[in-house]
Design a protein around this ligand. Structure first.
Ligand SMILES: NC(=O)C1=CN([C@@H]2O[C@H](COP(=O)(O)OP(=O)(O)OC[C@H]3O[C@@H](n4cnc5c(N)ncnc54)[C@H](OP(=O)(O)O)[C@@H]3O)[C@@H](O)[C@H]2O)C=CC1
Ligand SMILES: O=C(O)C1=N[C@H](C(=O)O)C[C@H](O)C1
Length: 242
């Protein structure tokens, strides 16, 4: 049994992870939420998972590094500064950060990279996502993950090509850009559609999350896989052997 510590344990994902941990031969070392000291949990756990808020990431990483405890980061809405902090932490502990821990999206990511590479920049890429009414960040972490894969496939970077939520007289589309549109409402767990639009035809690759347990199961699998790994930054495709 590997003991998992959960940052954001009272939230939707934290509760889903605690429910599923036993099925995956893991136990829960405990949880820490807003206003609680993250250091004791980092010392008590063999591996940490963070599904909380970007504002807490720096202190969670500091606790994980101080305790030498590996950490899975599922929190989305991260900035370039957060990614730099993750890179720094990965010099001393094992870290896995991903916008989506599900098997389906991890495979979709590979398919999107391949399609973008084969089709080239003449095929416009638009990414549409829909989530429940409580989600606070946009575009979703998954949409950005898929956009990153598409950009990699084309041999470029998302920073250079990203266009968020058009509105007003924005002008015609620039070739090579990757557009993002976000919908929010109801109880949608997480839908993502990557549209490749060409001359007279479209290809659509997508994923629909039907239950939050898909993310929870992936997060626990990632945590078990990460426990005991040497320092470094890892990804979900390695965990799932894809
Ligand atoms: N990578 C993936 O596969 C997935 C990622 N996510 C991401 O995970 C994150 C959490 O999602 P979700 O569970 O739906 O959100 P919730 O809002 O339900 O849960 C977040 C939890 O984090 C807590 N929290 C806030 N501040 C801190 C802090 N400083 N330290 C520890 N905990 C804190 C919140 O407490 P309080 O309410 O008191 O503020 C809350 O309990 C989001 O960024 C979401 O996008 C979600 C699903 C899948
Ligand atoms: O906030 C959520 O709920 C989800 N967040 C992740 C994201 O931002 O992509 C993953 C999943 O889509 C659910």
């Amino acid at each position: 049994m590997t003991a998992i510590g959960i940052y954001g344990s009272a939230g939707r994902m934290g509760r889903a992870i605690a429910t599923i941990a036993g099925d995956e031969s893991a136990s829960v070392a405990g949880g820490a939420d807003a206003g609680e000291d993250p250091f004791p949990l980092a010392r008590d756990a063999e591996v940490l998972v963070d599904f909380s808020t970007p504002a807490a990431l720096e202190s969670h990483l500091a606790a994980a590094v101080a305790a030498g405890t590996p950490m899975v980061i599922g929190t989305t809405g991260l900035s370039p500064t957060h990614h730099a902090l993750i890179d720094r932490a990965a010099e001393s502990i094992a870290v896995l950060q991903t916008g989506n821990t599900s098997l389906g999206v991890t495979l979709l990511n590979i398919l999107v990279q391949e399609a973008a590479q084969r089709l080239g920049p003449e095929w416009d890429i638009e990414i549409v996502e829909m989530h429940h009414r409580h989600k606070v960040d946009a575009p979703s972490g998954t949409a950005l993950l898929l956009g990153d894969a598409a950009a990699k496939g084309r041999g470029t970077t998302l920073n250079e090509e990203r266009v968020d939520g058009r509105a007003g007289l924005v002008g015609a589309r620039t070739e090579g850009t990757i557009g993002f549109s976000s919908l929010r409402g109801g109880t949608v767990v997480g839908d993502h559609l990557v549209v490749f639009a060409g001359e007279g035809e479209r290809i659509e690759l997508g994923h629909r999350g039907e239950d939050r347990s898909i993310f929870a199961r992936g997060a626990v699998k990632a945590a078990l896989w990460l426990a005991g790994k040497p320092a470094g930054r890892y990804g979900m495709a390695e965990v799932l052997g894809l």
